[in-house]
Write a protein that binds this ligand. Structure first.
Ligand SMILES: [Zn+2]
Length: 507
């Protein structure tokens, strides 16, 4: 009796499975589903293959079917949307985003969705929320417009262990205590370990400490993402250190916002890429990310590598290496808001000081945030074209740098359409499946049946960033529709108010 019942159940299950199988996306096969059919659109599927005229069916939060134009025969309760003249890509994945708090305070995230971002990874540069589980729970209850994952910050755990006594090498016991925290962060859902080695307290860590902690991330299948020690004179050594960590801790490496940061290393982009290529050839899974601007944003202290911020000779050398005080634009200086937006040279002249004196005065008053217009177009363009370099904003909601609101639209408008540096399918690859691969996300970053329906429809003729170094929060144009988990979040220049984003954890 029992056996027969089981047999009966097996038969029922088999029929169910066959029914489901028959509804799988097969070209030309009739579909009965309630969903959204996107038609008459050029599909750029994220893998780097050429765009093709196609159509796509969203059911629930997934791409139920996709195929060439006219191939899907869908019946039933389906809302049809014609997207003629537009391209349809996977939603853009920003693997280096600083909206850790911004996304909680402003979950509608217009600055992100208006440029086509559907997933952000926060906790970069060594600084993350803590504990990771609490943060992801807050994302869950806040329900932002985009999906959010996080890294565990090396600086965060180092500060927790060493307190204010961090300006030294950590003891083995301290490294062990940090490792315990990295382990907890990874178990609670972090995608990897991030470092910020130009900042406190990461600056004082040695390579051994980073290797030990990376081994913990590796044990959980995570990766190591680094704002390296040096992006200027010592950038090649810094890349070599990142690769060494990958080799010795046996985990994937992500070099954050790769750049040739000042005049002393201009022209070095090809060499940096060659180092990455060679490392990959010898088994270290290293990629980099990059934002599409010739200027960086950081704190004023990175100008003086020795950290002797009040030594006039050191300051003079630092300013010279940056290409002069006219290249440094102060963006945040609480003691005197009137200088914000101006260049250091101009500020000094207005106060009858030399740039060196002005710099020292500002550092004594607590320092400032700065945008450094110190990169060479040739290097930036070389990284733009490379398949080893994904696109990431290093910005977020409320950024003083235009990259926060304009990175992904600028990649399409400026680098693809205006400059012709790479074709659209390769740009989309660098914004979708490449970051998804680094994160181990198998259900996002590509347009394929069964993937989550994170999608962006854009007009290649008009897509453009609007944000500038003067007005950094202006929203992009030409991003016509954005769906997150199957729901429309951005349409014709405005947020729909729907917020279907989820916390993401590694699989
Ligand atoms: Zn950084």
């Amino acid at each position: 009796m029992r056996f027969r019942r089981r047999a009966l159940w097996s038969a029922v299950l088999a029929i169910l499975i066959l029914t489901v199988a028959a509804r799988q996306p097969v070209e030309g096969v009739a579909q009965e589903a309630s969903g959204i059919l996107l038609r008459d659109v050029l599909i750029v599927d994220g893998t780097g293959t050429l765009p093709y005229p196609g159509e796509l069916l969203i059911v629930g939060d997934e791409i139920a079917a996709v195929g060439p134009a006219g191939s899907l025969d869908v019946t039933g309760d389906v809302h049809i949307e014609n997207l003629s003249g537009l391209m349809l890509a996977p939603g853009f994945i920003d693997i280096h985003n600083h909206s850790d708090n911004g996304i909680l305070n402003q979950p509608s995230a217009e600055a992100l969705i208006s440029q086509g971002e559907t997933t952000i990874i926060v906790g970069p540069d060594g600084g993350s929320a803590w504990p990771i589980a609490d943060y992801l729970n807050r994302i869950e209850s806040t329900r932002p417009a985009v999906n959010v994952g996080t890294l565990v910050g090396h600086g965060t755990v180092r500060r927790a262990v060493m307190g204010d006594d961090y300006r030294r090498t950590a003891t083995p016991a301290e490294v062990q205590a940090m490792a315990t925290r990295v382990d907890r962060g990874m178990r609670e859902g972090a995608f990897g370990l991030s470092t910020g080695l130009e900042y406190d307290p990461g600056f004082y860590s040695d390579t051994e400490e980073l290797i030990e902690l990376s081994k913990v991330a590796a044990a959980h299948g995570g990766f190591y993402m680094s704002h390296m020690r040096d992006e200027e004179e010592g950038v090649m050594d810094a890349i070599a250190e990142a690769i060494q960590i990958g080799r010795e801790a046996n985990l994937p490496i992500q070099i954050s916002h790769i750049k040739m940061g000042n005049a002393s290393v201009w022209g070095g982009a090809a060499k940096a890429l060659e180092m990455i290529r060679q490392a990959r050839a010898t088994g270290v899974d290293v990629f980099a990310d990059w934002y599409p601007y010739q200027a960086w944003a950081s704190s004023l202290n990175i100008v003086v590598r020795s950290r002797r911020f009040t030594d006039p000779e050191e300051v003079a050398a630092g300013l010279e290496a940056m290409g002069g005080a006219d290249r440094l634009q102060i963006t945040n200086y609480p003691p005197d808001r009137s200088v914000e937006g101006k260049r250091l040279l101009e500020i000094a002249q207005s106060k009858d000081l030399t740039p060196v004196e002005m710099y020292i005065q500002m550092m004594r008053a607590g320092g400032a945030s700065v945008i450094g217009h110190t990169m060479d177009k040739g290097d930036v363009d070389t990284f733009a074209a490379s398949p080893l370099v994904m696109v990431a904003s290093d910005g977020g909601i409320g950024s003083a740098h235009p990259r926060g609101a304009g990175t992904f639209s600028r990649m399409l408008g400026h680098y693809v359409r205006e400059e012709g540096i790479l074709p659209v399918e390769r740009a989309v690859y660098k914004m979708t499946s490449l970051p998804a691969r680094r994160l181990g996300l198998t259900d996002r970053g590509r347009i394929v049946a069964g993937a989550k329906a994170d999608l962006v429809a854009f007009d290649m003729a008009t897509v453009s960033d609007s944000s500038t170094f003067e007005e950094s929060s202006l929203l992009s144009v030409g991003i016509e529709r954005v769906w997150v988990n199957g729901q429309l979040v951005w349409s014709e220049g405005a947020a729909t108010g729907t917020r279907p984003g989820r916390p993401l954890r590694p699989r």
